[in-house]
Design a protein around this ligand. Structure first.
Ligand SMILES: Nc1nc2c(ncn2[C@@H]2O[C@H](COP(=O)(O)OP(=O)(O)OP(=O)(O)O)[C@@H](O)[C@H]2O)c(=O)[nH]1
Ligand SMILES: [Mg+2]
Length: 196
């Protein structure tokens, strides 16, 4: 998939600050440090989102306008991560829940890409977030990140665990190696063309 345009729009502390363009949203949700911002850069093949080895890098909601060579336009939204010391869980709740509430009020579709670390299946904080997204009626696809960190049988075992626990589409990627990115683009485009 080729990306013709990718531009940073803004960092927002409140969902109401987001641009009101009538386009779909693809939003990255997940634990801090799981690789959301790195994945955004790998998808658009530009160093656009700030990443860090230290958790808690993305504290605001960052939005990027994307246009694909196939013509589709959407807003790619990097949400702050949850589950690291030093951040009140309530901050996550307010910004992220405010974001999804604002999206519900709009007619354009939203897909949450829920990022989970390949090394850590079965985390309580991830399960709780998934329940929250389900209950809020958010369409979700799961992205297993950092696949390069796992080898052989462990990779197979973890992927099996994730797929057993998770309903809906699941794509495993390595932003570092580029593995799985084409499949993830297919999932994204499918949602843009045929939103549920
Ligand atoms: N090996 C490997 N490391 C990765 C991969 N993706 C991200 N990382 C590393 O994981 C760390 C965190 O990445 P970020 O993209 O900043 O994580 P984030 O989810 O945006 O974190 P917050 O902004 O704190 O929510 C960085 O050191 C990245 O280099 C990957 O596919 N493979
Ligand atoms: Mg980030």
């Amino acid at each position: 998939m080729s990306v013709t345009e990718a531009e940073f729009v803004l960092s927002a502390a409140m969902a109401s600050q987001l641009p009101q363009d009538a386009i779909p949203h693809i939003a990255l949700v997940g634990r801090s440090n799981v690789g959301k911002s790195t994945l955004i850069n790998a998808l658009v093949r530009r160093k656009m989102a700030r990443t860090s080895a230290k958790p808690g890098k993305t504290r605001l909601l960052n939005a990027y306008r994307i246009r694909l060579s196939s013509g589709e336009r959407f807003l790619l939204v990097d949400l702050p991560g949850y589950g690291y010391a030093g951040r009140e869980e309530n901050d996550f709740d307010a910004l992220v829940s405010g974001y999804f509430a604002a999206r519900r009020a709009r007619p354009e579709p939203t897909l949450a890409l829920m990022a989970v670390d390949a090394r850590h299946p079965g985390l309580k904080s991830d399960a709780a977030t998934r329940v929250w997204l389900d209950e809020a009626g958010v369409t979700t696809a799961t992205v297993v990140t950092k696949l390069d960190k796992l080898k052989g049988v462990e990779r197979v075992r973890h992927l099996r665990e994730f797929s057993a626990a998770i309903e809906g589409p699941l794509v495993a990627v390595s932003a570092e190696r580029g593995e799985g990115l084409d499949t993830l683009w297919t999932t994204i485009r499918k949602h843009l063309l045929f939103p549920q």
